[in-house]
Design a protein around this ligand. Structure first.
Ligand code: LEU
Length: 492
């Protein structure tokens, strides 16, 4: 109670680390921490990314063709570890930002800023502040939501729900946006906005999940750039204090043991594949397994320490978001475990009733031509992407593992595939990996290097980036499914 007063007065001058909540800087102009590694990512040694880039002509070509900024930014560099995917990603991003479409160019960038602000992602905010100005946006809008037209401001609610609890989006939200007299949104405009919001929420997951460093060159933002709050504090270097140690305890072993782990994981994958061929599990059993996994995801807590801050007490988040919060309202609103909603128990989203392939895709495509194809291509690409490797092993069928990653994300959003056995998630994803997945997907701003390092110690960085691509796209698809279902309901 009393803490409120002192924290509030402190909030003007202090900024806390997203991870350990230590004070990072006292003055807005001074950055106290340096990124842990130079290069595009704080998690990946520079030479691993750079080596890949220099041999890759294709990446350079793609940047020339599809990059909006015209340069090889840090996201692109890290993603270029997976060139095939990078192409789908850049093409769809270029389409939603630059090609003919329902929304004016500067508005698209402003919407990207609003989306990134939900996760305090200063990297993306800075990037789109530059682009907003370059495409003729009105500088005054960068003072915050109060300075933008009401119509744009009205997106705040759907931005918030989409980012943190998309299952709450109803056709009433859609109705409100399309039927508010002079400030109304046409459906094509709304679909364009929703696609942008989902894309940038998901991209924020990628940025934090891969430890993307701030860009080196200054932009053109005329003082509207934010000091990077998503840089990494020294706490990440220490092996202590910051994360729920119990969550990671199962994985705190040496290299030798983790080698054994890799073999054990591969053994489990093989067994699951064989079982699938002969065993039939009953429908009830399958339902139970989903419910169980959904419930258990509740106890996968990214950094218990954060939860020791009472939920009603948001000063700490306020301090953190001081610069960023002008682009959003209700900064304290966050992910709430789907499974926790006990009594009111929201029905599970049965993926069969509203699939991307049969429903989402055609609706999107109808209202905002061609984006459906581009997104579809990207989802397929990431879902099927494989090199048939597991760390140093080759010729491995990794389908079960990749599917478990994708479906676990959907499970945390309450989406269930009734032909999928969620027992597989439990057998294949160890606890430290679940902590990482949940953090990156639901609270990306809390991701730490230690979380990134603590799972799959034998795997390459490129494989961990691959994991991030799966998480990002699964999240984007989950958001779209909920939003598009609400639009369909509004239409029928
Ligand atoms: C995420 C990784 C397990 C993917 C694996 N290296 C593959 O090529 O399929």
């Amino acid at each position: 109670m009393n803490r409120g007063g002192s924290s509030a007065s402190a909030s003007a001058n202090y900024l806390l680390c997203t991870n350990c909540r230590k004070v990072l800087r006292k003055d807005k102009r001074i950055r106290m921490s340096q990124p842990l590694t130079r290069g595009p990512s704080a998690f990946i040694p520079e030479k691993e990314v750079v080596q890949a880039n220099t041999v890759d002509e294709r990446t350079n070509f793609l940047v020339e063709e599809y990059s909006t900024s015209g340069r090889l930014d840090n996201i692109t560099q890290v993603m270029s570890l997976h060139t095939q995917y990078l192409e789908s990603f850049l093409r769809s991003q270029f389409y939603m930002l630059r090609m003919d479409g329902p929304l004016p160019l500067p508005d698209r960038h402003y919407i990207a800023i609003m989306a990134a602000a939900r996760h305090q992602c200063s990297y993306l905010i800075n990037m789109h502040v530059d682009e907003f100005l370059k495409t003729g946006g009105i500088a005054e809008w960068l003072n915050g939501l109060e300075y933008v037209p009401q119509r744009l401001r009205n997106l705040n609610e759907i931005n918030k729900l989409l980012a943190h609890r998309p299952w709450l989006i109803t056709k009433e939200h859609i109705q409100k946006l399309v039927k508010t007299g002079e400030n109304n949104w046409s459906l094509p405009e709304l679909v364009h906005a929703v696609v942008l919001l989902a894309h940038y929420h998901a991209l924020a997951s990628f940025v934090f999940g891969s430890g993307i460093n701030p860009e080196r060159e200054p932009g053109i933002s005329n003082g509207f750039r934010l000091i990077s709050v998503n840089s990494f504090c020294v706490c990440d270097l220490a092996n202590d204090n910051n994360i729920d140690n119990a969550s990671l305890a199962g994985n705190n072993f040496g290299i030798v043991e983790s080698l054994g782990e890799l073999e054990a994981l591969m053994e489990r994958m093989k067994r699951l594949q064989e079982d699938r061929e002969d065993g039939e599990t009953t429908c009830e059993e399958m339902t139970t397994r989903f419910e169980q996994e959904k419930k258990e995801s509740l106890f996968v807590v990214p950094g218990e320490t954060f939860h020791s801050f009472p939920h009603s007490d948001f000063e700490d988040d306020m301090i953190l978001t001081a610069d960023v919060s002008r682009y959003i309202e209700d900064p304290g609103f966050g992910y709430e475990d789907f499974a926790r909603r006990g009594e009111e128990h929201l029905p599970t989203f049965r993926a069969q009733d509203y699939t991307w392939e049969n429903h989402g895709f055609s609706l999107v495509n109808r209202l905002y031509s061609d984006i459906g194809h581009l997104l579809d291509e990207k989802f397929r690409m990431v879902y099927n992407l494989t090199y048939n490797t597991m760390a140093t092993h080759e010729d491995v069928d990794t389908t079960t593992l990749r599917r478990a990653l994708f479906n676990y994300v959907h499970c945390m959003f309450g989406i269930r595939y009734d032909d999928y056995d969620y027992g597989e998630v439990n057998q294949l994803l160890e606890r430290s990996l679940k902590v990482y997945i949940k953090t990156v997907t639901c609270y990306p701003e809390r991701t730490t290097k230690r979380m990134y390092d603590s799972y799959w110690r034998q795997f390459t960085h490129s494989e961990k980036v691959h994991v991030n691509l799966l998480l990002m796209e699964a999240r984007m698809q989950a958001e779209l499914l909920y939003a598009l279902r609400a639009i369909t309901r509004h239409l029928t």
